[in-house]
Design a binder for this molecule. Structure first.
Ligand SMILES: O=C[C@H](O)COP(=O)(O)O
Length: 253
């Protein structure tokens, strides 16, 4: 049985005062860490104070991106060493917004995934198809290729720790959710790809989240699916009440 992982992705939302207020409201309500992994991926600017604010809580703070180099002349970037040093254990990599607006490619995502492992940070590696790709029947091949490129060169014991987020781009922030069956089917494709690249055991361990307009009203159905082990949530992670409901759904998955 794979432990559910519910991660909020705040993207570039919230002022610091709002972020702190949210953490104060949620930190005592996150489930036991042995039952659900509960994570908020906050803007880089807020990471260190939010890590401090969650000390002693099962709510963890994650990052939304990082550079693959451990240090260097990369103005504006944050390194895996810097993240680990302040207590960050999760990082979202290859989110479709990073691929679309910041030129991230399968190759750069793969470098970042490897760098995250080198520094003891668990990657949440995002994959997903556009509407055009879905309509042309290319979803499975697109997602399989993204997965294969993203994990290239990783050892099987690293794969066991991996989190993959399947986020159909057309469902992000649009209010359109993939049906639970469709989401499960693609998550199943991902699991099968991991089995073919590594082993059935690795495929059984890897955790796969669904992301794209997840909210309290639909999370239970999604988490009830065979291949969906969690959710990566944007909009519905911004309000404390709503995020707590998502965490509770993880507890009952
Ligand atoms: O990382 C989260 C996803 O982009 C989903 O965002 P959303 O829940 O607002 O659709």
């Amino acid at each position: 049985m794979r432990k559910p992982i519910i991660a909020g992705n705040w993207k570039m939302y919230k002022k610091f005062s709002e972020a702190k207020q949210f953490i104060e409201e949620v930190k005592g309500l996150a489930p036991d860490a042995d039952k659900v992994d509960s994570i908020i991926c906050a803007p880089s600017l807020f990471l260190q104070p939010l890590v401090q604010a969650t000390e002693g809580s099962t709510l963890q703070i994650g990052a939304q991106t990082m550079h693959d180099a451990k240090e260097g002349a990369y103005t504006g970037e944050v390194s895996p060493v810097q993240l680990k040093d302040i207590g960050i254990n999760y990082v979202i990599l290859g989110h479709s917004e990073r691929r679309q607006y910041f030129n991230e490619s399968d190759v750069s995502v793969n470098k970042k995934v490897k760098a995250a492992y080198e520094h003891g940070i668990t990657p949440i590696m995002c994959v997903g198809e556009t509407l055009e790709q879905r309509e042309s029947g290319a979803t499975a091949s697109i997602v399989e290729n993204q997965v294969a490129a993203g994990v290239a060169g990783l050892a099987e014991e690293q794969i066991n720790q991996l989190v993959i987020a399947y986020e159909p781009i057309w469902a992000i922030g649009t209010g359109k959710t993939a049906t639970a069956e469709d989401a499960n089917e693609v998550c199943g494709v991902i699991r099968k790809k991991i089995a073919s690249l590594y082993s059935p055991e690795a495929a059984d361990q890897v955790r796969i989240q669904y992301g794209g307009s997840v909210k309290p009203a639909n999370i239970e159905e999604l988490l009830g699916m065979e291949h969906i082990d969690g959710a990566l949530v944007g909009g519905a992670s911004l309000e404390a009440d709503s995020f707590v409901k998502l965490l509770e759904a993880g507890l009952h998955a």
